[in-house]
Design a protein around this ligand. Structure first.
Ligand code: COA
Length: 177
């Protein structure tokens, strides 16, 4: 029986953080960069344990979006992965159920950038592909990021959204979205 636990990064000991990184390195077939890892830190981690082993993870971090002239308190989902031999048994859903609970209780909007393989997974959960443009509020001002269009999903909550408008995220190293 898998057990879902939620903890802030500050409350994870080094061994658990190492297990999260190893799980994500494995789930993303070695494509997880140090910057991607950095993006999963500093917020809440949803950890799925089975028989003392970490088999699933997702993180919710706070970001500040700019949309329709307003700042939006966004909860951004990062580092969602289930150990390859444990997939297809509802564990990914269990991680996202808890991540979405955190989003509903703490944020005006949920958002994430889906891997190509997981587009169907999020769409089936009611996440909506952002149909407008995507940008980043960078050091040189607002920069359009057309390459991200078609991969950014939102979970509409209390923020008023103009779906054909622009959604701009805050700046960070590595992939902005
Ligand atoms: C995406 C991922 C987390 C799903 O985990 P999982 O434990 O297999 O998911 P679940 O068993 O809870 O599946 C829930 C539902 O989504 C469906 N589903 C799962 N993965 C899917 C996918 N890639 N595309 C479409 N549907 C998918 C399942 O069929 C299931 O549907 P059902 O409820 O009708 O049976 C897992 O495949 C994974 O770790 N992938 C590699 C890393 C990755 O791409 N992460 C996403 C980063 S954005």
């Amino acid at each position: 029986m898998a057990d879902v636990r939620t903890a802030h990064t500050a409350d994870l000991d080094p061994a658990t953080l190492k297990a999260v990184r190893a799980l994500l390195d494995d789930a993303f077939d070695g494509d997880m960069s140090d910057e991607d890892w950095d993006h999963t830190l500093g917020g809440a981690h949803v950890l799925l344990w089975e028989d003392g082993e970490l088999i699933g993870h997702g993180a919710v971090v706070r970001r500040q979006f700019l949309h329709a002239g307003r700042a939006v308190r966004a909860g951004y989902v990062e580092g969602v992965g289930v150990r390859a031999d444990k997939r297809g048994r509802g564990h990914g859903s269990a991680v996202m159920d808890e991540a979405e609970r955190l989003l509903r209780g703490g944020f005006e909007l949920g958002a994430l950038s889906a891997s190509d393989d997981a587009v169907g997974f999020y769409a089936a959960r009611g996440w909506r592909l952002w149909p407008g443009t995507t940008s980043v509020v960078g050091p040189r001002g607002i920069e359009r990021l057309p390459d991200e269009e078609g991969g950014v999903f939102v979970l509409p909550l209390s923020a008023e959204l103009t779906f054909d408008g622009d959604l701009a995220c805050d700046w960070r190293s590595g992939d902005a979205w």
